[in-house]
Design a protein around this ligand. Structure first.
Ligand code: IMP
Length: 193
């Protein structure tokens, strides 16, 4: 089955391809020369996923999905949330996002560093009907970086049950428990049932 994915993030694409496995032909925004930048103006992950999915669906009129994801930190009242990618704006990078997060949480004890990754997927089928799939991963924000795998906030996202950061997990381990893994697996179950 051919599935369009509304992202040009190579890390996300790799994870999504690994989770879906064989049987899916994945196309993405990387297949377009100049896909217009989509403004993520929604207040929720679901709203932003819908914005990204609809723009792509209007282009291809074939099954598409978009994921919107991010980090919610309880001590920061849910920030950075939908702004996870742009947290250290105006010129955000993953490194700067982590630096800002660690600075904001400076002095906060372990028991108050709880956080979760959240992922919302909107799948639009060939008739234009929308379907929502969600996943979360609970953990806490470490005091320093651990590991080099994954992307984004993975080096500081600590998994107390595994006693390691997400960046120290093997790809299969991350995909089995992650917010994106759970949401994409639910989509896969829906598509293959
Ligand atoms: P999006 O591309 O608008 O969905 O932004 C997602 C942002 O949230 C990414 O740029 C990362 O900063 C963060 N994020 C989402 N998923 C993950 C993950 O699995 N690991 C680490 N950071 C993530």
């Amino acid at each position: 089955m051919k599935l369009w994915v509304s992202t040009c993030n190579n890390h996300k694409l790799r994870e999504i391809g690994e989770i879906l496995g064989p049987g899916f032909e994945i196309a993405s925004l990387l297949d377009f020369r100049d896909f217009p930048d989509v403004e993520e103006t929604g207040m929720t992950f679901q709203a932003n996923a819908a914005i990204k999915a609809r723009v792509l669906w209007e282009h291809v009129h074939e099954p598409v999905f978009a994921d919107d994801s991010g980090l919610e930190v309880d001590a920061l009242n849910g920030r950075p949330g939908v702004n996870s990618k742009r947290y250290s704006a105006p010129d955000p990078t993953s490194e700067k996002n982590i630096d800002k997060l660690l600075t904001e949480l400076d002095g906060i004890p372990d028991e108050r560093r709880s956080a979760r990754f959240r992922c919302a997927i909107i799948y639009i089928d060939s008739t234009g009907r929308e379907h929502l799939f969600e996943g979360t991963l609970e953990g806490r924000i470490a005091r320093e970086r651990h590991g080099t795998g994954g992307f984004g906030y993975d080096p500081v996202f600590w998994l107390p049950t595994k006693n390691c950061s997400v960046a120290e997990c093997r790809a299969e381990e991350k995909n089995a428990i992650s917010h994106r893994g759970r949401a994409v697996s639910a989509l896969k179950a829906f598509l293959t049932k």
